[in-house]
Ligand binder design. Sequence first.
Ligand SMILES: *[C@@H]1O[C@H](CO)[C@@H](O)[C@H](O)[C@H]1NC(C)=O
Length: 288
Amino acid sequence: MAAGLWVALSALRVLLLLLCVEPWTEGGKVLVVPMEGSHWLSMRKAVQELHARGHQAVVLAPEVNVQVKGDDFFTLKTYAIPYTQEEFEDFFLRHNHLVFQTEHFLKTFFKTITISQNVVAFYQRSCASLLYNKDLIRYLNDSSFDVVLTDPFNLCGAVLAKYLSVPAVYFLRSVPCDLDFEGAQCPNPSSYIPRLFTKNSDHMTFLQRVKNVLYPLALQYFCSISFTPFASLASELFQREVSVVDIFSYGSVWLFRRDFVMDYPRPIMPNMVFIGGINCANRKPLSQ
Ligand SMILES: *[C@@H]1O[C@H](CO)[C@@H](O)[C@H](O)[C@H]1NC(C)=O
């Protein structure tokens, strides 16, 4: 009898112990590879929520950056890049005036292309500094992360996730050139989905549909200079041909910061989740 009671008490003690430990064992390890600037501001909110739910987050950023600063709800891990803070800020702030210029469309277009090439070269070099940093890669690999949360606007995080063989969750508003559709093999009918800059709606006349087919062609060049450098980087790293679409298709889950209240309807895949509203998490009340 006494022995039976003892066994029951022991079982109860183990059960209580398990109940106490349970919330901790559920917490995952998340490697966060953000995109610089405003992109980080909404991702930061998601990282804060992950922390509140018992997950551990390590945020990876170049030691020279503008927005990604340390905080108490994540561990900031930085890596060296071949730029100084002055060069970095000068580089990003120098071109801001372009937004307000009223030059000829073509002149602005060519200027934008040149700037994009410089910006992409900057990100590509920074990414190479990360991927070829042996100590850092060893640390990241040994940390056995459960998931990489990254903004595919800068494909570096996606390439890193693939390199570490850790599933990637993409966190984004949108990507140009329908690379999200291609990456996730999502249906994408031109006759119903209004394309970027066309000002079309989801109800189009025949001519609007023609415009809807032609506009993306012009953007192709822009996307090819913006994303191909990452495909080259990945091909070099993995010692085989890797395309831009290959990198996008590595994403396991797509979290879109959008909503059909504001955006036109579009087909989505089962691994695409709409989380519109997170951009407004830090709203300020309007003044009287
Ligand atoms: C990570 O570690 C595993 C096991 O030691 C190893 O096989 C793999 O090559 C490492 N990956 C990278 C990217 O270093």
